[in-house]
Design a protein around this ligand. Sequence first.
Ligand code: HEC
Length: 148
Amino acid sequence: MRIADRQAVSCVLIALLVGGSVVWGGDPAVLDPRVPPDQIEEARTWRNPFSVTPERLERGKEIFHGKGFCVTCHGRDGKGLGNIPGLRGKLPRNFTDTQWQAARTDGELFWILKNGSPGTDMASFIPLVLTEEEAWHVLLYVRAFGGT
Ligand code: HEC
């Protein structure tokens, strides 16, 4: 390979790495499970009891923008806002990242809504803000950002 070709290849690799981290909302360890190892097996068995319908997606969207106020950190486009004053720790998740979507089960996402993501500003929403039923609906909407 000529030197110029090698440089071109490294440029492409660097662009992929930089581009990748932007898509990942800034956290390179974004695919690492958030549910603790002693609970993840059980969480992965939980299934969303609600299948997707246009009405349920609409309800999930209303919760995302309304009583769940998810939009204040995750953004209208679900890509996660990086400029939230006082945000500690990790950036809000980019829900359009299909690799992240594939890495998580519905049960793991539900666990997060119950417990929050420890050490980050992702708080627990069930039961104080959302009922379990509302949480499953908002998760249908979260999944829709990934095109599923
Ligand atoms: C105060 C800001 C804030 C609000 C409000 C918020 N989130 Fe989050 N959320 C975060 C942050 C920060 C993370 C990243 C946590 C991490 O990396 O572990 C996150 C991560 C997540 C994750 C991904 C966890 C994983 O397994 O990767 C889901 C799902 C999620 N939020 C759903 C929601 C939903 C649904 C709502 C509304 C009911 C909501 N969030 C409201 C800040 C917020």
